[in-house]
Design a protein around this ligand. Structure first.
Ligand SMILES: [Zn+2]
Length: 192
C-alpha cells in the first residue's frame, strides 16, 4: 500500500516535471546541437555525436565499433568536429598495447553557440530577401514555365524573355512570397 502510494506520487511528480513546458526546452536543445553538427561536419558526424552524447571520453575504436563506420571515415569526421571546436580529445597511452588511443568528448556549448550563429545568419538572409521583395513589390517577372525569375532591371535587359527557354515572361505577384518571408522572419525573431 505504502509502495503503491509512493509510486502514485512519484508518477504524478514525474508527469508534472516532465510535462510539455519542461520537456520542450531539452528537446529543442538537442535539435540545436544536431543541426549545428550536421551543417558543419555532415551526417556521419551526427551519428558520432549521438554516441558521444550518451557518454564522454569515447575511444575512436569504440566509435568505429558502435557506428560501424570505417576507421578512416571516423577519423576524418572527428577531425572535422575538432576543427570546428565541436569535439575535444585527449590521447592516452594504452600500457598493455603500447599505443596511444584518443578519447573523444562532444563540446555541447560550442555546438549551441554555433547553432545560434547559424540562425542569426539565416535570419539576416531572410531579412535581406524580404527587404528586396518588398522594395520591388510586383516588379518581378517570371517565366511561365518557371525556369527563371528576374527583377525589373534584369527582365528589361532580357527584353522580358526567359533566358533559358525564350518564352515571354509574366509579371510575378510576389505578395505571397512577401507574406511567407515576413512570417518566417517573425517566427525566427520570436525564438532568437
Ligand atoms: Zn523559361
Amino acid at each position: 500500500m505504502n509502495k503503491l502510494a509512493k509510486s502514485k506520487v512519484y508518477r504524478r511528480v514525474y508527469k508534472i516535471s516532465s510535462g510539455k513546458t519542461k520537456a520542450r526546452p531539452i528537446k529543442r536543445l538537442e535539435t540545436k546541437i544536431v543541426d549545428a553538427i550536421r551543417s558543419s561536419a555532415g551526417e556521419d558526424a551526427v551519428r558520432l555525436a549521438g554516441l558521444m552524447t550518451r557518454q564522454g571520453n569515447v575511444s575512436e575504436f569504440e566509435i568505429v565499433r558502435s557506428t560501424r563506420l570505417d576507421i578512416q571515415t571516423v577519423r576524418n569526421t572527428l577531425y572535422k568536429l575538432h576543427s570546428s571546436n565541436l569535439a575535444d580529445y585527449k590521447r592516452v597511452k594504452d600500457n598493455k598495447e603500447g599505443i596511444y588511443v584518443s578519447y573523444w568528448t562532444l563540446n555541447k556549448a560550442t555546438a549551441k553557440e554555433l547553432f545560434a550563429k547559424l540562425q542569426k545568419e539565416k535570419l539576416q538572409r531572410f531579412r535581406e530577401r524580404l527587404e528586396a521583395e518588398t522594395s520591388n513589390a510586383n516588379c518581378y517577372f517570371i517565366c511561365p514555365s518557371a525556369c527563371t525569375r528576374a527583377d525589373f532591371t534584369m527582365a528589361e535587359q532580357q527584353r522580358f524573355r526567359c533566358d533559358e527557354c525564350g518564352k515571354l515572361m509574366m509579371q510575378d505577384d510576389n505578395t505571397r512570397t512577401i507574406d511567407f518571408l515576413r512570417e518566417k522572419v517573425r517566427e525566427m525573431e520570436a525564438v532568437a
